[in-house]
Write a protein that binds this ligand. Structure first.
Ligand SMILES: NC(=O)c1ccc[n+]([C@@H]2O[C@H](COP(=O)([O-])OP(=O)(O)OC[C@H]3O[C@@H](n4cnc5c(N)ncnc54)[C@H](O)[C@@H]3O)[C@@H](O)[C@H]2O)c1
Length: 254
């Protein structure tokens, strides 16, 4: 669901559609789990089910990577992990800064999943002088006065914003001026950025609102069915048809 400009064409330069790019991390997560269990090969149906994607779509997505699998054998798990990681740019290390080290920023800093996916937390930045020098997840927090120097010294191109909404645009502008070209924004505000800067927004309350909408609809369908209206089974089929591909991602274009 786009909530603003994405600052990218729908198709990347190498011809991989954005929708495919958005599914690659889902395949990678499922493949990594298979790899950890030392599973050597996987069929498109098994992998599609594990990733929550329709199998025809998966085959089409993999054709963009030049990966067609072997009839009767399936896809080589390790090779696909490598191919998708390479396509996503995860075979190199990405230094990331987190700005705003409150409840959320500290939780993100403590999240081990970044490092295992090639994202190294290079620095933690906060405007509160009382936090300067205090370690969070073993990394000393640095004051936001030094933001530009920190970005440049660490060659950072990805910034995470976890400040209050009112501070996010100004933080974003400083990050961009210092050389950051990709921003993951957790603050509940729409950021404006120049062309060439990618912003992804995470908003869990939007996800909950979407679930609330579905809950309300399900409750309405149950009431209608008990009044002799739409049978509950038909209502279930409707959501089954929509499939996992219809789910809204927690991370969305800004
Ligand atoms: N996207 C989501 O699903 C989600 C979930 C929870 C919170 N949030 C949002 O994340 C943000 C942080 O939430 P929190 O609970 O951690 O808040 P918090 O108040 O605990 O932390 C905010 C931190 O930002 C720092 N800060 C303020 N202005 C700054 C600036 N200009 N530069 C650098 N640091 C600055 C503060 O000193 C503080 O440490 C809020 O905008 C909140 O709405 C989003």
């Amino acid at each position: 669901m786009a909530t603003g400009r994405t600052h990218r064409p729908a198709t990347r330069s190498r011809g991989i559609p954005e929708a495919t790019v958005a599914r690659l991390p889902l395949y990678l997560r499922a493949l990594t789990a298979l790899s950890e269990r030392s599973v050597p090969t996987v069929s498109s149906e098994e992998l599609a089910a594990a990733a929550g994607v329709n199998s025809a779509k998966l085959r089409k997505d993999f054709s963009y990577l030049g990966s067609y699998g072997t009839r009767g054998v399936g896809y080589d798990v390790e090779y696909l992990v490598y191919q998708i990681s390479r396509e996503l740019g995860l075979t190199q290390d990405w230094p990331v800064v987190i700005v705003g080290i409150g409840n959320l920023g500290a939780a993100l800093a403590n999240y081990g999943g970044f490092a295992s996916r090639g994202f190294r937390v290079a620095a933690l930045i906060d405007a509160d002088p009382a936090m300067a020098g205090k370690p969070v997840a073993g990394i000393p927090v640095q004051h936001s006065d030094d933001l530009e120097k920190i970005i440049q010294d660490n060659g950072v191109s990805i910034g995470v914003i976890a400040t209050p909404a009112g501070a996010a645009q100004a933080v974003c502008e400083r990050l961009v001026a210092a050389g950051v070209t990709s921003i993951l924004n957790f603050a509940p505000t729409v950021l404006s950025v120049p062309d060439g800067v990618d912003v992804r927004k995470v908003d869990l309350s939007i996800e909950l609102q979407i679930l609330a909408f579905h809950e309300q609809r399900k409750a309405g369908e149950v009431a209608a069915a008990s009044d002799g209206g739409v049978p509950a089974a038909a209502a279930r089929n409707e959501s089954a048809d929509q499939g996992p591909d219809g789910d809204m991602p927690a991370v969305m274009p800004a």
